[in-house]
Every structure is written in structure tokens, then in C-alpha cells.
Design a protein around this ligand. Sequence first.
Ligand code: ADP
Length: 485
Amino acid sequence: HINQLQNPALFRQQCYIDGRWRDADNRATIEVVNPADRAVLGSVPDMGAAETDAAIAAANSAFRSWRNRTAAERGAILHRWHELMLENQDDLGALMTLEQGKPLPEAKGEIAYAAAFLQWFSEEAKRAYGDTIPAARPGQHIVVIKQPVGVSAAITPWNFPAAMITRKAGAALAAGCTMVVKPASETPFSALALAELGERAGLPAGVFNVVTGNAREIGQALNSSSTVRKISFTGSTEVGRILMRQSAEHIQKISLELGGNAPFIVFDDADVDRAVEGAIASKFRNTGQTCVCVNRFIVQDGIHDRFVEKLKAEMAKLKVGDGFEEGVNQSALINDAAVGKVREHLDNALEGGATVLAGGVPHPLGRQFVTPTLVTGVKPDMKVCREETFGPLAAIIRFETEAEAIEIANDTPFGLSAYFYSRDIHRIWRVAEALETGMVGINEGMISNPAAPFGGVKESGLGREGSKYGMDEYMEVKYLCMGSE
Ligand code: ADP
């Protein structure tokens, strides 16, 4: 497939620093493999602190002129970048399926979703409004302006190789910041293709840089720089904690989008068909590998059996295979560890007395493929309910009262997304307000879009991405107090 790209220049095996494509200082590389067959696709530079410092310096010198462009000029470049992503959607989708595994239609869907963040922020750039405030003393004037924080950095995961970059870079660049991006080593080609298109869209050298390589070393270099004023990270809570600790040195602003443990509550009064539709969409998107995927189904006694039966029937229609194969909607997981975790959660549930209703056996394709699995009789203290499974395992807990459901849902240190299905308007308000998460899907399983603020509470993170709130993460509020003569 790599040889069949319509636009071969999108397949880049070098990093992009200060508008130039380059290798690591010591020429070291890391291989990138296809999760579907472990074939080596190519390699990217194995960079460390020195190259990261070079990227920070480039971003810093580009910042002076980038911030002084008008918002409309910055917006126009972001808009062109968005158009180029859509014009190259087939190639970008294919690159993503190759390195990440996700089915091609889903990969192309992510490209459209990722491009939509650039479009959104191309428009938001012009709306970084300040305030005037009634003065405290006669003759005084109080004015509030917003200014870009400066050089920003993004560290991004493999599950959304394009969208997690544009969601950050769109906001940063619109605000007038420049950026250094460290993509996941599993999926660097999508990031490098974005850099290529950014250049074609007219991004000046140094405004958007991509550095691949040693995550720990690059992370430390970003955190130990007093030039980097903002770090935005999407990934595990464990790494988020490290970055937050490291960011203390120079009091860098930090946004964290970390792990979730999403509950999906189905009340007796729910529309069971819609609930099952939402369940499939949320649980099996990206083969269960998103931070807003359902982790725990919490289903009320009276609807339990009907819901489970219909969910099982819909799960039987899922097709597992290579992401390029027609009709496939469940792909290989990212690596062996991911497969091992699903197995571990399943075994733990079975030891605790849960029952397998579907799947539960190794997939005939072997390797990193997992059979979509449904288990009932799950208890809230099982591993599958305590940790993020990140795979196609649907675990069902049965409950009786609304209070019990809310208690189970909130009994976790995580608080990213939650979902529930009900047709009772009073219950909808009660439950929506009681759930301790940053996002709640109500009779809806697909909640992510550029217009909405994405983010979590508790140990799921800090800050919001997308929406009118997204740019605030990259801007400082400055208060001007003007005295009278
Ligand atoms: P995941 O479980 O999604 O792989 P990680 O948190 O391990 O989540 O990875 C998300 C991103 O963080 C990746 O780009 C990864 O390379 C990077 N990363 C991993 N460890 C560190 C670290 N110690 N410092 C900075 N970045 C890191």
C-alpha cells in the first residue's frame, strides 16, 4: 500500500524541524511496523534531547513573527491545511491503516475529523476576544487582552495519530503559538504527513515541528526548557503524572487528556435499540482503543436480558480482519501487550464468576487480533471495571436502583466520559449532574466533535480541547490598567 500512495511525498521517514527534513544527529532510527502482520513499513529518526532543543529554538524564533500575523492570516493557513488533508484523505487514511491498524473507512473518518479541528480553529482564531471592565476608580480603564503563551509542545498517542495532533496544533497555531510535536513511536508517519501538508499550506519554517524518538528524553527536554511555555499531552495517566511533575520546574502550563473508565448505564426506561446502537459505536470504535470507549456497561435489572441479547446479536455482525479488507470494522490491536491486557481482564472476570456469552476465545487470525467478547455477571471490583481495558471486551454489571448505578459509575479515580440511556427527563438531569466526568453522552454513544469541549475530571486530566474553550489553553489573559492623567 505504501507504494500505491497517489502522493508518495506524504510518506516521510525523516523529522521536520525548522522547515527542513532531517535525520537524528547520530543517524539512529526506529522501525515502524504494521500491527496487522508485523511487517516493517519503514523507519523514523531516533532523536533525543539535542534535536528537541533544536526544534524548540526553531519554534522560538518563528514565534516572534507568527504571533504578529493577523488572526485572519493564521486562520487562512490553517484553513488551507484542512483542505489539503481532505484532498489527500485517501493517502492519509492508507498511511494510518498501515501504521495503526484501524479499518480504512475509520482511518479516513479520522482524517476528516482531524481536518475539522483545523477548520474549527481557523475560524476561532478571529474570536480571541478580550474584555473591557468597568473601572475601579474614576478615569481609570481596565482592559483584558489575550496573548499566545509562546512555544508549545504536544505529546500524542497512537490511537488517533492525526486527530490528537490537529486538536492541539489547530488551537495553538490559531492562538499565535508555535509548536513542537512528539508523536507516538508506533504511528509517526501520520504526523510527518501532516507536517508535509502544513508546509504546503504555507506554515512558515519553525511554526510546526515534528520530533520522533526516545519519548522519555524528548519529554524531559521539553519540560526542562524555560522557552516551552505549554505542554499538551494525550496518553496514559501514568505518563501524564510524570509530565506534570516535570512541568513544575518552569511552571509550564499543562493540559492532560488521560485514561478513562467510561460507564455506560442503561436504565429500565431506555430505548433498548438506541442503547445497543450507542453501545456498539462507543465500545467498538477503534476496536475498543479510545479513551472514551465504554469500559463498564451498567445495566438495570428489568432491561438487562433484552439489552444483552440484542448487544450479542449486533456483536455477531462485527467483522475482524486486516484494516484494508472490505467490510472489516474490527482490526488488530496495536501490540501484544494490548492483546495481553484484554486477556488478563477476561481471565480475571471469569475467575470471579463472570459468564462468557460471546467470544472469549483466541481469534483464528491469531497475532494481534482479538475476538469481540461479551461477559455478564461482572462485579465492580473486577480488573475489567477498575482499569481501562482498551480492547473489544464488553463487560456487563447488573444493578437495581438509580443510586446504585451512580455509585458504581463514580467509584473510580477516572472521570473522562460517561454514557447513559433513559427517557425520563427528571432522571436525565439528576444523573447527568451526578456523574463525575468531563463529558456525558445522554442517549448518545458518539460524543466527540470539534465544536464540543473534550476533557476529563479527576485523574483523567486537566483542560479542554476543541470548542470555544480550546484556545484558552494556549493563551494568557493580560490585564491592562490605564490610569487617568
Ligand atoms: P499509550 O498507553 O497510549 O501508549 P503512553 O502514555 O505510554 O500511552 O504514550 C503516549 C505518548 O507519550 C506517546 O507519544 C509516548 O511515546 C509518550 N511517552 C511515553 N513515555 C513518556 C515519557 N516518560 N515522557 C514523555 N513522553 C512519553
